[in-house]
Design a binder for this molecule. Structure first.
Ligand code: NAI
Length: 319
């Protein structure tokens, strides 16, 4: 069941009432409070609509700027919030920029003042300022790092304090294949997005004992951000096909943490980090590295260490 489009009202999600033909249990959010950043349009709007349709109370955050992060439209966040309330859900709008510590604090304050708690944070706000690396000037770098990477810190930190206290939380970051795999002209964006993978991995570890699960998505969807790249009329990459993964990762029943899920067009996969068995030589020299490059790079028998401790343990077995 995707988020409903304009004109249809939300199904009431109650125990014992399923919209599915076979009566399958619906994953509901029972009045939980979710913050979705950059939810005035694109993917964030769909995430907000889906969570709200299943009973979450929403803070719809957006500054409403251009894809490059210029200008502002006070109405962007309220449009989605109004759409949710018109459909029978609960939402408030917030127009703070995630790119400053004060902005991040303000987003979380909006949730606490309106609803008294925050259970879910979906870090989705983003901008693009693509340029080949040799032409990358500070005005093309800092705002991109500021919205994607620092913004994730500024919004998640104040919510984190609250989640630790209540012993429960769900956090989703939005990374990108442009960073994980690389893409020409996106050094700024790729670095910011891959920074979020590190943040996901560390917070999954720090959040574990406090009941906080932290995961990331690497989406592929046709939005205003990608219409040049993907073609404006390709419906296969409907942004609504990304939100079910976000909803699952935000659900109480989701126990995975530290995952990076690639999602687009209805496919869901997991990116993971593999370590090759490699080459071991206590007397390592530049020449032995050169001469054993094939072994170093050979993927057969790779492992997937889950943490730095796992990697160290693996190394110690070679001594
Ligand atoms: P979009 O441009 O439609 O949405 C981004 C939203 O973030 C906009 O509504 C914008 O106003 C808001 N925003 C920008 N700066 C903000 C700030 N400082 N504070 C609050 N809100 C701010 O683009 P789309 O595609 O929906 O992107 C959503 C996220 O998904 C972004 O983080 C993007 O990098 C990421 N992504 C998208 C992919 C895609 O295929 N569409 C691929 C990989 C990642």
């Amino acid at each position: 069941m995707l988020a409903p489009s304009r004109g249809t009202t939300f199904q009431t999600v109650r125990r014992g009432h399923s919209p599915y033909p076979d009566g399958m249990e619906v994953l509901g959010f029972d009045g939980q409070v979710a913050v979705v950043t950059g939810a005035g349009g694109g993917l964030g709007r769909q995430h907000a609509l889906l969570l709200a349709s299943r009973g979450a109370r929403l803070v719809v955050n957006d500054v409403g700027g251009s894809v490059r992060g210029e200008g502002a439209d006070e109405d962007a966040a309220s449009r989605t919030a109004r759409e949710i309330t018109d459909l029978g859900g609960t939402a408030v709008a917030d127009t703070s920029s995630v790119a400053t510590p004060e902005g991040g604090e303000a987003v979380v304050r909006t949730a606490l003042e309106a609803f008294g708690t925050v259970d879910i944070v979906v870090n989705n706000a983003g901008i693009l300022r693509d340029k080949a690396f040799h032409n990358l000037t500070p005005d093309l770098l800092r705002p991109v790092l500021g919205v994607h990477l620092e913004g994730a810190f500024w919004v998640t930190r104040p919510a984190w304090a609250h989640m630790r206290e209540q012993g429960y939380g769900r956090v989703v970051f939005t990374t990108s294949s442009s960073g994980i795999l690389g893409n020409f002209g996106q050094a700024n964006y790729g670095a910011a997005k891959t920074g979020l993978v590190g943040l996901t991995r560390v917070l999954a570890i720090e959040g574990e004992r406090h009941g906080i699960r932290v995961n990331a998505i690497a989406p592929l969807a046709r939005t205003r951000m990608t219409e040049e790249l993907l073609g404006a009329s390709d419906d296969r990459l409907d942004p609504r096909l990304v939100s079910p993964v976000v909803a699952w990762l935000c659900h109480r029943a989701c126990t995975v943490s530290g995952d990076v899920l690639a999602v687009g067009g209805g496919r869901v996969s997991r990116f993971f980090t593999g370590l090759t068995p490699g080459y071991f030589d206590p007397g390592l020299t530049p020449e032995s590295v050169r001469d054993n490059l094939d072994r170093i790079r050979a993927e057969e028998g790779y492992t997937t260490p889950g943490s730095l401790a796992d990697e160290l343990a693996e190394l110690f077995t070679r001594f």
